[in-house]
Design a binder for this molecule. Structure first.
Ligand SMILES: Cc1cc2nc3c(=O)[nH]c(=O)nc-3n(C[C@H](O)[C@H](O)[C@H](O)COP(=O)(O)OP(=O)(O)OC[C@H]3O[C@@H](n4cnc5c(N)ncnc54)[C@H](O)[C@@H]3O)c2cc1C
Length: 368
């Protein structure tokens, strides 16, 4: 294989999903991935494939998310065929549980707006606490109600990341670990020089910056001005349970291996990804409010991880105006959107006749 025509910086779920799609479209692709010391959202996330609330105030994102949900079954099938790994996709529908009526009313109003953006492709129901308890045993008395959407679900997040790595390698993609890019210089006549932290130098025809929070330092080398920021989330996981929980929710869900993951917190804590006792206690209380039987289950692990946030929280898909051939690809919900990143986003990069209009996701939307 000659020099790969496309170099992707970042081997998290975003970089690897795009790599997979590009390889399937016939490109030669190299992925340069950093080190374990990097913040890596793909190794600490909740594994939701989720639509509720997404893009209620930004129609293009609402539609892109619904497209992603619809594409996930075929995407997980392809991953299985290529990697031999079943990512345990379960899209049997997901709940958002509420213990505060006002919060539930506000969220329901957001879902109505989201519904207006996407029409019949998205549907949701609102259930009051008594309805919910009559349909599902074990829901706690403090739950005032829930919203439900039938397209929501989850995967096993670490197996998903592994499946992507295996699939990309299987299709001939080169993934290099401990290849931390320190600097990128753009040639005036096109093409890029990449300098790694160990001083190795590499040439690239096209560069896709998919480095998560690593883009905070590299984006300006390519003429991008988007300010990426971290947002900490904390999670708990319990011992494995013999029985299945009767629901998937955005804050309490059972991994296919049996443990119950509890999460959903958001905090601005800079690059500090440590977990905190008061937040962990709040998570445990919430889980027990939702499903009181969890009170007797042991928590075996807690961790914090940093989300990759753009200024408005929505994805950025941008080609550099200063340096054509350089792209910034970053988003928060990289698991959910992976099915789009491996397909439609590639049409956009390739500028095929069926390329989606991703102009609304350009960084021009920010007041830079
Ligand atoms: C607590 C939490 C819960 C979440 N839950 C969900 C969820 O349920 N569903 C969902 O869809 N999304 C969820 N997310 C978001 C999702 O995890 C992210 O959108 C996704 O992981 C981002 O992937 P990424 O590849 O952009 O970034 P990362 O996973 O951070 O990967 C970036 C990669 O780039 C590499 N890198 C960085 N700098 C350089 C450099 N200079 N040179 C070379 N390589 C570099 C790093 O080593 C890393 O491997 C969650 C995130 C968090 C933190």
């Amino acid at each position: 294989m000659g020099q790969p025509e496309i170099t992707i910086i970042g081997g998290g779920v975003v970089g690897l999903s795009v790599a997979l799609g590009l390889l399937q479209a016939g490109h030669r692709v190299r992925v340069l991935d950093g080190a374990d010391s990097d913040a890596r959202a793909s190794q600490g996330n909740f594994g939701l494939v989720w639509g509720q609330g997404k893009g209620w105030d930004f129609a293009p994102y609402a539609n892109w998310t619904v497209d992603a949900l619809a594409a996930w079954p075929a995407f997980s099938k392809t991953l299985k065929e290529l990697s031999g790994l079943d990512v345990a996709l379960d899209q049997s529908g997901g709940f958002e549980f509420f213990t505060d009526q006002r919060e539930m009313d506000e969220f329901s109003a957001m879902l109505n707006t989201q519904q207006a953006h996407v029409g019949e492709r998205f549907s949701h129901e609102v259930l009051d606490g008594d309805d919910l308890r009559s349909q599902m045993s074990g829901i706690g008395p403090n739950v005032v109600g829930a919203t439900f959407s039938r397209m929501d679900g989850h995967v096993n997040p670490l197996r998903f990341l592994r499946a992507l790595r295996v699939a990309v390698t299987k299709l001939g993609g080169q993934i290099t670990s401990d290849a931390h890019v320190a600097k990128i210089a753009a040639h005036q006549q096109g093409g890029f020089d990449l300098t790694l932290t160990n001083d190795d130098k590499l040439g690239a025809d096209k560069v896709l910056l998919c480095a998560g929070l690593g883009a905070m330092t590299l984006a300006s080398d390519l003429g991008f001005r988007t300010k990426i920021r971290p947002q900490r989330g904390e999670l708990l996981i319990t011992e494995k349970l013999g029985e299945r929980l009767p629901f998937i929710s955005s804050t309490v869900r059972q991994v296919d291996e049996g443990g119950v993951q509890i999460g959903g917190t958001k905090a601005d804590a800079g690059m500090d990804d440590s977990e905190t006792l008061d937040v962990m206690a709040g998570l445990a209380r919430h889980a027990v409010d939702v499903f009181p039987a969890l009170a007797s289950v042991r928590v075996i692990r807690a961790w914090g991880a940093l989300r990759v946030m753009s200024p408005d929280g929505y994805p950025v898909y941008a080609q550099s105006t200063q340096h054509p051939g350089a792209y910034l690809i970053t988003c928060h919900s990289g698991v959910t959107l992976a099915s789009m990143h491996a397909s439609r986003l590639v049409d956009w990069i390739d500028e095929t006749s069926s390329a989606p209009n991703l102009e609304p996701f350009d960084e021009h939307r920010f007041a830079l």
